[in-house]
Write a protein that binds this ligand. Structure first.
Ligand SMILES: Cc1cc2nc3c(=O)[nH]c(=O)nc-3n(C[C@H](O)[C@H](O)[C@H](O)COP(=O)(O)O)c2cc1C
Length: 178
């Protein structure tokens, strides 16, 4: 029987979920069995049913979802021996040179604080001004202004590099199958 991967996605505006689904397709094509679920307080790894974990979650004001920390904490023992892949979704990563996980400060902070034992990948998310509430929009506009990004509040732009996403999924599929 194929190895079984639990695919967990966090996020709020659907980009982490979309990335998780794209990776899930690659995992299935590689012969793995998968289960896709949302990151939540009750997110549970079942060691009897899961052999590997893929976690896709976005950065919000510099922070990871606290449920991501809980997930690692709760399943630390299992994670020490099961293949795992973290995918950080962020807007700073819209620039190629900001996708090195070693250099991505939010990811580094999460790895250090949570003790995540597996691999890490950083991918670009989406900018979707029309869907943000006023304060979020203003904050993102300010961040974009500082980092030379678009500030036009009518813009929705997907920065995700799908080739990068699928390549990361193929690498993880190989390690999960092994
Ligand atoms: C309120 C808010 C705060 C954000 N803060 C950050 C941030 O601090 N750093 C960053 O790189 N991206 C930040 N982003 C960008 C998100 O990570 C990006 O939009 C991502 O695609 C959201 O994923 P989701 O659709 O799964 O929620 C922020 C986005 C929003 C809406």
């Amino acid at each position: 029987m194929g190895k079984r991967v639990l695919v967990v996605h966090g996020g709020r505006f659907g980009q982490s979920a979309k990335i998780a689904r794209a990776m899930d397709e690659v995992l299935q094509a590689a012969g793995l069995e998968t289960e896709v679920t949302e990151l939540g307080r009750s997110t549970a790894v079942d060691p009897a049913r899961h052999d590997a974990l893929l976690l896709v979650t976005s950065v919000r004001y510099g922070y990871f979802d606290r449920n991501a920390y809980r997930l690692v904490e709760r399943h630390r023992g299992w994670l020490e021996s099961a293949p795992s892949q973290l995918v950080t979704v962020s807007l700073t990563a819209r620039k190629d040179e900001k996708r090195d996980p070693q250099e991505h400060s939010y990811t580094q902070k999460f790895l250090a604080k949570s003790g995540w034992p597996g691999a890490a990948e950083v991918v670009a998310g989406a900018l979707d001004y029309p869907r943000y509430r006023i304060w979020d929009r203003l904050a993102i506009q300010l961040i974009m202004k500082i980092t030379d990004g678009p500030t036009d509040p009518t813009l929705s732009i997907e920065y995700t590099d799908w080739q990068q996403v699928r390549a990361a999924a193929r690498r993880f599929a190989a390690s999960a199958a092994g």
